[in-house]
Write a protein that binds this ligand. Structure first.
Ligand SMILES: C[S@@+](CC[C@H](N)C(=O)[O-])C[C@H]1O[C@@H](n2cnc3c(N)ncnc32)[C@H](O)[C@@H]1O
Length: 254
């Protein structure tokens, strides 16, 4: 039988309030205790009677355990996540904590409310680059070795998949994105479309559409989602208007 507490992992999308689903908004309003990275909690309206627990961005497991402990004591707890909570975010950290934590945590009412993930927000700004088969990778080597990331870049290129790259850069690893883009240019060709979509949905949003052979990796930071085209990805020039980017729906063996 479930114990009385509830833990909901809520996705608040990449930025604008009107990209947050009504179900996520309802879960946030219902919470007594909110756990999350400070800048995400700052995006939410203050609700009387709620307690906020801000934690560091890299303290995911600690945050998940603290939230599960609070839910075990009977509280209605929300863990806030940017974008979608299941994409390189808090839902997996909560599941990991449940698997390795006290048996009682398995009896909690645990829910996940989806949100708009960055790759879908970025794609929607420019057309339909994810309209064909695609893969999505995190370039962070905090939780996996760089050699595995390079292998996945090679295999997704061999499979001719459009790529969405999360966590492309950070202060601790500013050069990795240059290495990744150079490898992708070698594997896919220098004229392959590449999109740098930074801070999508926020006031400082900035989107660059270019090609792998000539793009500038210095343009990428930790707020950027990188999209790399496959063979069927096209850029449609439109005089006086931003280009449209899309990936053809049909594909054949090379
Ligand atoms: C730890 S991941 C979290 C992803 C998040 N759960 C999601 O579904 O979008 C953080 C990465 O997401 C991407 N990202 C998050 N918000 C973004 C935004 N507004 N614009 C562009 N990229 C964003 C960036 O690649 C960033 O480094």
């Amino acid at each position: 039988m479930p114990v009385s507490g509830r833990l909901t992992v809520v996705g608040i999308g990449p930025g604008p309030a009107d990209w947050v689903t009504p179900a996520a908004t309802a879960a946030l309003a219902d919470a007594k205790e909110l756990f999350g990275y400070g800048p995400y909690l700052d995006r939410l309206p203050v609700t009387l009677g709620q307690t906020r627990h801000c934690t560091d961005n890299r303290a995911e497991l600690f945050r998940a355990e603290a939230a599960l402990t609070a839910a075990s004591s009977g509280a209605r707890v929300v863990v806030v996540s940017g974008g979608d909570p299941g994409v390189f975010a808090m839902a997996a950290a909560v599941c990991e904590a449940v698997e390795h934590g006290p048996t009682a945590w398995r009896q909690l009412d645990i829910r996940v409310e989806p949100g708009v993930t960055a790759m879908l927000a970025a794609a929607a700004r420019i057309g339909a680059p994810l309209g064909a088969d695609f893969a999505c990778l995190s370039l962070s080597d905090n939780l996996k070795p760089w050699s595995l990331i390079e292998r996945r870049l090679r295999l997704t290129s061999e499979a001719d998949l459009v790529l969405a790259l999360y966590n492309p850069a950070s202060k601790a690893r500013p050069d990795r994105i240059g290495t990744a883009l150079a490898l992708l240019a070698e594997l896919r060709g220098g004229t392959t479309p590449v999109i740098f979509a930074t801070a999508v949905g926020r006031p400082d949003e900035w989107i660059d559409i270019g090609e792998l052979g000539t793009c500038d990796p210095a343009r990428v930071d930790m707020r950027t989602l990188v999209l790399v085209g496959a063979r069927g990805t096209r850029i449609i020039a439109r005089p006086g208007l931003p280009p449209l980017v899309y990936s053809e729906r049909f594909a054949k063996e090379a």
